[in-house]
Design a protein around this ligand. Structure first.
Ligand code: TMP
Length: 221
């Protein structure tokens, strides 16, 4: 039996973490072998890269787009080699919060050309693609409000605010890029409205996940 690789994508505040938790709990209740991870930061070294990428530095210096891109790919390369590929080889169900589509959406919106992403994918992904990408779609006005509430709840020392603080226009461009990816890859990407109630979103995700797992030989009935 082969492993199954599922990614979850969307703008900040679209409910990825909640839905990933619900899906992983459901799979565990069914007794299935699940590995849950995220990018950036799915490995010990990746967590250091996550800090470097997402926290504001005291010097005020920011990454130039190419440096930022390479750091996201360094995180991804390490994650693929030490977490994702081994888990898939052991026939596990691998759920990852953000992957390549986030790079296309965010770094693409920051001006990185598609051709650079294609070349890095050749080196790092080497043809590996998620079997399914759950894309939670929401207008950035609504999703950023949710982020503000979350950041307030986490307190003033919450440091990972770099992309949260980008302009509404930037987040609109990110969302549009996600929508274009969904249009381009209708078989891989399940585009799910994230404004709906949490239970309804969970049910829509399950409608796409269950047949995939069944076809891979996992018992989900
Ligand atoms: P999150 O995991 O809490 O959603 O935050 C990760 C942030 O990193 C989010 O703002 C999106 C951003 N990001 C990129 O810009 N490029 C990438 O390739 C990935 C994986 C994340």
């Amino acid at each position: 039996m082969q492993g199954v690789f599922i990614t979850i994508e969307g703008v900040e505040g679209s409910g990825k973490s909640t839905q990933l938790l619900r899906l992983s709990e459901r799979l565990r209740r069914l007794g299935l072998p699940v590995v849950v991870s995220k990018e950036p930061g799915g490995t010990a070294l990746g967590r250091e890269l996550r800090r470097l990428l997402l926290e504001r530095h005291v010097s005020g210096e920011t990454w130039c787009p190419e440096a930022e891109l390479l750091l996201f790919y360094a995180d991804r390369a390490q994650h693929l080699e030490t977490v994702i590929r081994p888990a898939l080889a052991e026939a596990k169900i691998v759920l990852v919060d953000r992957f390549e589509d986030s790079t296309r959406a965010y770094q693409g919106a920051s001006g990185v050309p598609e051709s650079s992403l294609d070349r890095l994918n050749d080196v790092v992904l080497r043809g590996l693609k998620p079997h399914l990408t759950v894309m939670l779609d929401m207008d950035p006005e609504g999703s950023l409000q949710r982020v503000e509430v979350r950041n307030l709840a986490l307190g003033s020392e919450y440091a990972e605010t770099r992309f949260d603080e980008a302009t509404l226009d930037f987040h609109r461009r990110v969302r549009n890029r996600f929508l274009i990816i969904a249009q381009k890859h209708p078989n891989r990407v399940a585009l799910i409205p994230a404004r709906n109630p949490v239970d309804q979103v969970e049910a829509s995700i399950w409608v796409r996940v269950a047949p995939l797992l069944r076809s891979a030989g996992f018992g989900v009935d």
